[in-house]
Structure formats: C-alpha cells, structure tokens
Write a protein that binds this ligand. Structure first.
Ligand SMILES: Cc1cc2nc3c(=O)[nH]c(=O)nc-3n(C[C@H](O)[C@H](O)[C@H](O)COP(=O)(O)OP(=O)(O)OC[C@H]3O[C@@H](n4cnc5c(N)ncnc54)[C@H](O)[C@@H]3O)c2cc1C
Length: 408
C-alpha cells in the first residue's frame, strides 16, 4: 500500500526506445525550424501558415487518433513528449495540440462510429479544434455556464457567449458546452450537453481577441452564439452528460498543460544554466556564486519532479480511455497534481531564469522574459492552481477512506 493508492504498481511508467526516437525527432525539428521563429511569432502573434501545415502533416496536432481513422496512433506518453519538445521552443503551439485533443478524446470516448468517421480523419489531416467552456460569469465554476441549446427539429439552436477560447484562429471545429435543460439551483452541473460545432456554422460569430499576457501565436478569443443552428447529429454522447464529459476531458488535457509547462521549465533551466557558467561578476563566473548555483540546483530538482509527475499522470490516464463511463479518481488526482506542480515549476524556473540573467532577463530581445509570461498563463487555464488543489483535497478522503468531506 502506497497511500493513497492500493499498490506500488501504479508508479510503473515505462519509457520505450520508440519514445526516445520520437523525442529526438521532435527536438531536432523544434531546434531547426521553430526556434528561429520565436520573435516573429511573438511580434505577429500568429504561427506562419507553412509551419502550421508542416506540423499538421507531421501529425503533431492529432496524436492518439487510431490508424483506422486516418491517424498515426500514439500513446499518452508520446503526446507528452511531443508537447514538451515543441513547447520548449514555442509554447503556444502546445496550446493547439492541447485544444485539438478535446474532440479527439471526446469522440474516442463517447462519439458514435459515424461521428468518428466524419471528424477524426479530418482532424488527422490537420484540422485543429478549440474547446469552449468558459463564459464571462463562469470560469472555475463551470457549472455556472448560461449558454443554452434548444432542440428544434433536427437542430439545436445555441445562444450565449464564451470567452478566453484558445485556438479559434486555427480551428475548424469547436467543442461547445451548453445547457440543454434550465439550471436547477441545487444541481447546477446537471442538464448540460457537449457538441462538436463547425466554426463556419451560421449564427456563430468570432468576437474580439483577448490581449492576454503571453502565449503569443495562440491568444484567446470571444465566441458569440446567436441562434447558431447545430445539427442534432453533432451532440456528443448522451444529452445531459456534458458536465461529466467536460470534467473527464479536463482530467486528460490538464496533463497536456503539465507537459507544456515542463517544456517551458526545461527551456528556462537550460538558458539560465548556460548563462550562469559564462557570465562573470566579481571576477568569477556567476555559477561559482552560491546564490546563483543553488538556484540552478533548485530549478533542476523541480524540473525533474515535474517531468516524472507528468509522465506518471499520462500513463495512468490510459486507463480512463478504456473506461469511458466511469470517472477514475486516480486519473483526476494524478492529472491535477501534475498540472499544478509542473505549471508552478515552469513559473518558478522562468522567474529564476529572468533573475539569473539580470537586466538581460527582462529585455524582450533575449527571449527570456517570455517564459515567465507564458508560464503564468499555464497556472490559470484548464483550471487554476487553486482548482487543482481543490480537486486533490476533495478526492483524497474519497480514495483513502471512502468518505466525502465537504470543502469550500
Ligand atoms: C490565455 C487563456 C486561454 C484560455 N483558453 C481557454 C479555452 O480554450 N477554453 C476555455 O473554455 N477556457 C479557456 N480559458 C479560460 C480559463 O480556463 C479560465 O480563465 C480559468 O479556468 C479560470 O476561470 P476565471 O478566469 O473565470 O477565474 P475565476 O473562476 O473567476 O477565479 C478567480 C480566482 O478565484 C480562484 N477560485 C475560484 N474558485 C475557487 C475555489 N473553489 N477554491 C479556491 N480558489 C478559487 C481562482 O483560482 C482564481 O484565482 C483560457 C484562459 C486564458 C487566460
């Protein structure tokens, strides 16, 4: 017994030679093709189309789609390796991989065979997707959403407003959470459904772009649904199950964000370490000053722990793919732990990297301060660090003692 789990076998994470080949391939591509583009992407706030196409052709946005639906397959750890290596150079591309995972997972878990055959080959061919849950009055509190979908004949008519939606610029599809029954004050999470919506749907308007701190290249948008007509065939799974589906999807995609954060932390660590062994102050390399080298040691420790937690959570999440109808608490627990720890590690390492670089660290031209801007965002989207701790605190008594303890 390794509390709170039943067996030590849960820690069995195996990395294969194929994983290492994948890492080397992605690292080479990211260093040769993506790294030189960082400044252009920061300034133009857009991924060059040819790079988007190249990544799509490589299957970067569609990891996990089985071969029978036109994909290349790939397990959860492969997905983490790709996100990590790409995010080490351009974290905003990690966002596109993450959001496109929403329909891939939703269709594999609850989609009909017709839906899978309709959408998965198209996504495998490079069509990206967004996931739209957040609304002006409901972010952490997903149960508070107001966007509603009314069934009329063969269509659902969607009305409402979503904000902070990433990947809208590149997406063909948008996974949308909407109410299909009026809210019940005591059971707000009930009566929601999940839809896959074409971005060109009449009545769906892309609103303004939000000028957020970082993730330049994929900053979020507002979406307005004004009598948007969505065919009823686009309902995913059962009507009324949308909240459960969304929470289950987030248990997966939070691990994607953990991998994105590991990539940022790795980049910040490397830059800081390299600078510290070359920069001189007081007649020494600054690495020879304990105040600096201990920071590097701390960054190293946290980074390794974050990566291990992320791969561990990814490995455990494979079980959920085999169990679409049952929420596995250990998957949520591991995903939340990995997400909070890895994103806070990215923020810590980026902050230290800026400090170790001194004035150079806050100069846009050196590309160091962007890690800090991007890492702060990772601690907020797909559930803030506070929400990850809330999830962990709720799950622990359930897993360890079979008890529910109410927390704030
Ligand atoms: C760059 C960016 C991209 C995004 N992309 C997407 C996207 O693609 N799709 C999408 O649907 N959403 C997206 N979001 C929205 C994001 O998921 C929300 O911003 C996030 O979940 C927090 O919600 P909120 O902003 O409404 O903050 P609030 O929920 O209002 O929270 C405010 C503060 O209160 C704290 N808090 C709230 N509840 C609790 C609690 N129970 N216990 C302790 N503290 C609590 C929070 O941690 C936070 O510090 C994106 C956001 C950003 C910034």
């Amino acid at each position: 017994m390794v509390s709170p789990f039943n067996s030590i076998e849960i820690y069995n994470v195996s990395i294969t030679p194929e994983h290492e080949i994948l890492r080397k391939t992605m690292r080479k591509y990211a260093e040769e093709k993506l790294a030189p583009l960082w400044k252009e992407i920061e300034i133009k706030d857009k991924l060059p189309q040819e790079i988007y196409n190249e990544l799509a052709n490589m299957g970067v946005f569609s990891i996990g789609i089985p071969e029978k639906y036109g994909g290349q397959g790939g397990d959860q750890i492969s997905k983490m390796i790709v996100i990590e290596e790409i995010s080490r150079k351009i974290p905003s591309i990690g966002v596109i991989i993450d959001t496109t995972d929403f329909p891939i997972l939703a269709l594999l878990l609850w989609g009909t065979e017709d839906q899978r055959r309709k959408y998965l080959p198209s996504i495998a061919n490079g069509k990206a997707a967004a996931g739209a849950y957040t609304e002006p009055q409901a972010g952490s509190w997903v149960a508070g959403i107001q966007t509603h979908a009314e069934k009329k004949g063969d269509y659902y008519i969607l009305n409402g407003r979503k904000i902070f939606i990433s990947t809208v610029e590149y997406a063909k599809y948008i996974i949308v959470l909407a109410r299909t029954s009026p809210p019940n004050r005591n059971r707000m999470h009930e009566g929601m459904s999940l839809f896959i919506v074409d971005k060109d749907t009449p009545g769906l308007k892309v609103g303004s772009k939000l000028n957020v701190l970082g993730m330049r290249g994929d900053r979020p948008y507002e979406l307005i649904f004004n009598d948007a007509r969505v065919p009823s065939d686009n309902l995913i799974g059962e009507e009324g199950m949308g909240y459960y589906y969304t929470m289950t999807l987030l248990n997966f995609t939070r691990i994607n964000i953990a991998a994105q954060a590991v990539g940022i932390a790795q980049a910040a660590f490397e830059k800081a370490f390299e600078y510290s062994i070359n920069r001189e102050a007081f007649g020494k390399k600054i690495y020879q000053l304990e105040g600096v080298s201990f920071k590097i040691s701390e960054m190293f420790m946290r980074l390794q722990a974050a990566r291990l937690l992320t791969y561990w959570a990814a490995k455990i999440s494979e079980k959920q793919l085999q169990n679409p109808d049952k929420s596995l608490p250990e998957v949520a627990l591991a995903g939340s732990a990995a997400k909070a720890f890895a994103t806070e590690t990215a923020e810590y390492c980026s902050r230290q990297a800026v400090q170790i670089h001194g004035g150079v660290g806050v100069d846009f031209e050196t590309g160091i301060e962007r890690y800090l801007r991007d890492s702060i965002i990772t601690t907020i989207y797909e559930g803030t660090s506070e929400i990850q701790r809330y999830i962990i605190a709720r799950l622990l008594p359930r897993i360890m003692y079979g008890r529910k303890i109410d927390i704030g």
